[in-house]
Design a protein around this ligand. Structure first.
Ligand code: ACM
Ligand code: ZN
Length: 514
């Protein structure tokens, strides 16, 4: 058994050990920057250094690599820096597990899916740049290559936009969080964003920013009330839950605002993708709003769901002109209406509704599996136990070419600290990485568990503050029920009641005029 997560595609273990306790002696190659990064993660204990040579072979895929370890040295073959970096990552893991003594082995490795993502929600809780970077390091360790950066929320706008300075001046701070009276805030300057993006690119990770619209926009509405249907003056949201005040899709000025934001977003994030959210956008306000209703009539649309599809379509077209691919979350009521050239991160499709996803694929839509069960890492270990994350099929639609891959998502409503973030992420991220990278036929949960002790050691050395034990990550019925109860209690808070009262207020004020 090789202590590498995710498990390589093919590995032939040979007799003998290579001694790298004294470290490594790398021959220069085109990817010296990756070498330098690798060496920072190695702590030699003295003695002779093991030779490492690299060979470029353009016949290999971009992320493929061969890693041959023998007593006399290490040879890496790759066609690009990404493949080379992944070879070094495997080497690092073997080095860490063996305390510098490496098994002699011939590895040929390549990913199962091209899109191997990790989503981080910094809207609910801001995360300092260094901690974001630490997550990027963890992504690289797991051979993940898409950083989905969820930057805007009802509870906080985290991205500096020069054209709309209030978004961060006012929109990045909330007065309190649920029943906790402490203010919370923070945002990334454009310089910090460039630094994060560069950090990712050096590590062969692309960045997909998410500007969630038309829902999840209360922080922006706080700064610019005219973005909402009734120019409502609302605070940056202080409670979790779905908010009913969303962008007004009837006013042309809303689209101008969105375009202004995206002009800067596509400059800051040059990888050719922008996630437009599109999730959880209740239509109560649109049903009452004269602007939205006028737009529906003008365009000959059937209802408010079609208006959302139209709105996303307009933004998608704007991005397309700039050579940028739009992505949104799948939303059931928009199914079959939204333009098919918007890629979807699929988050809430039940087994029984998978036929809707087949239909979307038939229309040509590309999908990324970000199914909340089992890929939301903020959900309890009771809901998404380690074994379920590991055993998932990933390719839910069994049509490989349209299923780009998958994302593990860390929403942060229940994650106010880094310690909690790491505890919820590990070891599930290891299981997720193996599900998206490793060959489906060779995956074996028991064998994965045997690699966990070495994985835990590696995580600790890489700065994981806290990880869940395998037992904790697969809770029994009774503990799991308590864990779920606690989570649900915190989840509910009072937003449901608040929305109910607020809706009644809006209806009595604006409903009669219709
Ligand atoms: C989501 O979980 N609202 C995408
Ligand atoms: Zn409106």
């Amino acid at each position: 058994m090789l202590n590498i997560i995710p498990k390589p595609y093919k590995a032939e273990e040979l007799p003998g050990k290579a001694d790298a306790r004294g470290g490594f002696n790398f021959a220069p190659c085109s990817w010296d920057r990756d070498t330098a990064r690798f060496l920072k993660n190695i702590s030699p204990s003295g003695g002779a250094r093991l030779a490492v040579a690299a060979e470029e072979n353009s016949a290999l895929g971009k992320e493929e690599y061969c890693l041959d370890i023998s007593e006399s040295g290490v040879k890496i073959t790759a066609s690009s820096g990404a493949g080379y970096a992944y070879a070094l990552e495997s080497l690092r893991q073997l080095y860490s597990a063996g305390g510098g003594l490496l098994p002699c082995v011939k590895i040929k490795d390549k990913p199962r899916f091209a899109w191997r993502g990790f989503m981080l929600d910094v809207g609910r809780y801001y995360m300092p740049v260094d901690e974001v970077k630490r997550f990027i390091d963890f992504m690289v360790m797991h051979k993940l290559n898409v950083f989905h950066f969820h930057l805007t929320e009802d509870q906080g706008w985290r991205l500096e936009i020069k054209k709309y300075p209030l978004l961060t001046e006012k929109g990045s701070r909330r007065s309190h969080t649920n029943f906790n009276c402490r203010p919370h805030g923070g945002f990334y300057t454009q310089e910090e964003i460039k630094d994060i993006v560069e950090y990712c690119h050096e590590r062969h990770v692309i960045v997909v920013p998410e500007i969630d619209m038309p829902g999840h926009m209360q922080a922006a509405i706080h700064c610019y009330p005219e973005l909402s249907c009734f120019d409502r003056k609302l605070p940056v949201a202080t409670h979790w839950g779905v908010k009913h005040d969303i962008l007004c899709a009837g006013k042309d000025s809303t689209l101008q605002f969105v375009k202004g934001v995206l002009d800067e977003v596509v400059e800051l994030f040059p990888d050719g993708y922008v996630h437009l959210g599109g999730d959880e956008a209740p239509k109560m306000r649109w049903q009452l709003c004269p602007h939205c209703q006028k737009k529906i009539k003008q365009l000959g649309l059937k209802d408010e769901n079609q208006l959302q599809a139209h709105f996303i379509g307009e933004v998608k077209d704007y991005l397309k002109e700039k050579g940028v691919q739009a992505i949104t979350w799948n939303e059931d009521e928009i199914s079959g209406k939204a333009p098919a050239d918007v890629t979807w991160t699929v988050w809430n499709v039940l087994e029984k509704d998978l036929n809707k996803m087949y239909a979307e694929m038939e229309r040509g839509r590309k999908l990324i599996n970000s199914s909340s069960v089992p890929n939301y890492l903020d959900l309890t270990y009771n809901k998404n136990p380690l074994k379920d994350v590991y055993s998932q099929p990933v390719d839910i639609c069994k049509k490989h070419e349209k299923m780009l891959g998958a994302e593990a998502s860390l929403w942060t409503e229940q994650i106010p600290t880094i310690k909690r973030a790491h505890f919820m992420t590990f070891p599930r991220l290891g299981a997720f990485a193996e599900a998206v990278w490793s060959d489906d036929m060779s995956r074996n949960y028991d064998e994965f568990l045997a690699r966990i002790p070495a994985y835990e050691k590696l995580l600790k050395s890489a700065g994981a503050v806290k990880t869940a034990s395998v037992k904790r990550a697969n809770p029994g019925k009774i503990f799991g029920a308590f864990e779920q109860l606690w989570f649900n209690k915190v989840q509910l808070c009072w937003h449901g009641l608040h929305n109910l009262i607020d809706d009644a207020k809006v209806k009595s004020k604006y409903g009669k005029k219709k």
